[in-house]
Design a protein around this ligand. Structure first.
Ligand code: NAD
Length: 481
């Protein structure tokens, strides 16, 4: 069993109190590794180290940062299989899903490395401002914010770490990363790529432990200039309430709607929803959770969807041919099952699925769901979709917008006018036409409206949000000719 320490100031060190904890497989409880259990004092040490690291990294030219990051990307490419095996063991997602995720790591680092080399400013036409002439020159420069705290969730333990640390480092910031307690090992393997690529000491620090224990020490510290958080809305709200004056990116929860209009290709919609509702056992912030179908086609739609969902193979994440593995914990699996049971006992219809074996839940379709019931309104984060009906397009959009969230939305239609109206009126950070929201190109701007968060990720947007604009004015003296 591998034992891991905290990464502080370029050294692997034990937690100050000497505490450790095991990381176990959510599928079968096997011990996958052991990590140090950081406490608030360790968090402060990590920020101390990041402050020193920033002093070095801010003076490292963009081309040198670019070279180190592209080396890290190469190492991530070489370690895809190793990383995928680790991810499936600690997270419970199927190997095919882990390989897909690990396979994107190198590209995310390369995209970020490029964006970090493009910190352009702009020249200011000061003479257009009354009272100013040609005796001054004004421009902006873009600089790293300083120390960035990155806090990540369990569901994409490599991808969501990289969407934070790669742009932060590329832009010249130092980072303290706090990965999810359930999935620290993948994050540590990702960090190792950057260390092996030659990142200077203290530029990337990683502390493992409980968010509710060490979170405030990270978030409140005034030396931290930016918090990049992905996780639940409730923790995001807490962070926003204690952070003080610093930049915040919050990528939070959702209950993603998919509209299927009566003019849609039903077969294509069913194929896409049988992926979008169940990938990663539905533990995706952009999971297709609420399926809003035109009344006149709901029967045909369910007939098309049911066999596709029943064909999804669930079980041991490491076994061949398994599409979807376990949920992250027994507590989570029990919570998801209780939500399904409550929906059915209050009048919804179980079309398929709804069986639980430990942390594995069979892919589930629940129809006749009241769109204002908790099963539709609250984030499920499990392998089930809630099917409701809409009278017409306006009603479908009204239902799509009826939750507190607004991260991703999907719409199936063959009518251009309907899709344009939906694109304009759906309150959501990303809208897909003729696919579900469970699709992401790593370079695209990505982030939610309403309770789904603040800010955008995607390397270009993240570099933007992890840098400050400084305005510079050179004052000359007026001249006559
Ligand atoms: P979570 O909120 O429980 O934990 C996320 C991270 O926050 C973990 O590292 C955790 O240790 C830490 N944390 C917990 N309490 C904290 C505190 N008081 N202060 C600081 N940090 C604290 O979320 P999770 O269960 O790991 O992930 C699932 C949630 O993440 C879902 O709600 C999902 O929608 C959301 N998510 C959002 C996106 C997005 O891009 N919008 C992407 C993935 C996941």
């Amino acid at each position: 069993m591998a034992s891991h320490s905290l990464l502080i100031g370029g050294e692997w060190v034990a937690a100050r109190a000497g505490e450790t904890e095991n990381v176990t497989s959510p599928f079968n409880g096997d011990i996958v590794g052991e990590v140090a259990l950081a406490r608030p004092a360790d968090a402060t040490l990590a920020i101390d180290a990041a402050v020193r690291g920033f002093d070095v990294w801010r003076r490292t030219p963009a081309h040198a940062r670019f070279a180190i990051l592209t080396r890290a990307a190469q190492l991530a490419d070489e370690r895809i299989e190793e990383m995928a095996q680790l991810m499936s063991r600690e997270n419970g997602k199927s190997l095919v899903e882990s390989r897909g995720e690990a396979g994107r790591s190198g590209d995310i680092i390369r995209l970020a490395a490029f964006e970090g080399s493009q910190l352009y400013g702009e020249s200011l036409p000061l003479d257009a401002n009354r009272g100013t002439g040609f005796d001054k020159i004004g421009f902006t420069i873009r600089q790293p914010v300083g120390v960035v705290v990155a806090i990540s969730p369990f569901n994409y333990p490599a991808l969501l770490v990289l969407h934070k640390i790669a742009p932060a480092l590329a832009a010249g910031n130092a980072v303290v990363l706090k990965p999810a307690r359930a999935t620290p090992l993948t994050a540590l393997a990702v960090a190792q790529c950057f260390l092996d690529a030659g990142l200077p000491a203290g530029v990337l620090n990683v502390i493992t432990g409980g968010g509710s224990d060490i979170g405030d020490a990270l978030v409140r510290d005034s030396r931290v200039r930016k918090i990049s958080f992905t996780g639940s809305t409730v923790v995001g709200e807490h962070i926003a309430s204690v952070a003080g004056i610093k930049k915040l990116s919050l990528e939070l929860g959702a209950s993603g709607p998919v509209i299927v209009m009566d003019d849609a290709d039903i077969e294509a919609a069913a194929t896409s929803i049988a992926l979008g509702g169940y990938i990663n056992a539905g533990q995706v912030c952009i999971s297709a959770q609420r399926i809003i179908v035109s009344e006149s086609i709901v029967g045909d739609f369910l007939d098309a969807l049911k066999p596709k969902v029943e064909a999804i193979r669930v079980g041991d994440p490491l076994a061949d041919g398994i599409n979807v593995g376990s949920l992250i914990s027994r507590v989570e699996a029990d919570r998801v099952m209780a939500s399904i049971t409550a929906a059915v006992s209050s009048g919804a219809t179980l079309i398929t699925g709804g069986q639980q074996d430990g942390t594995v839940i069979t892919p589930t379709i629940v129809a006749d769901v009241d769109p204002y019931s908790p099963f539709a309104q609250d984030e499920l984060f499990g392998p089930a979709v809630a099917v409701s009906t809409a009278r017409d397009l306006a009603h479908a959009i009204e239902l799509a917008n009826s939750t507190a969230y607004g991260l991703g939305a999907g719409m199936f239609t063959n009518n251009l006018a309907s899709s344009i109206r939906a694109i304009r009126e759906i309150e959501s950070g990303v809208v897909h036409v003729n696919w579900t929201q469970l699709w992401r190109a790593d370079l695209m701007p990505y982030g939610g409206f309403k309770s789904s968060g603040i800010g955008k990720e995607g390397p270009r947007s993240a570099v933007d949000e992890m840098t400050e604009i400084k305005t510079v004015i050179l004052h000359g003296t007026p001249w006559d000719n």
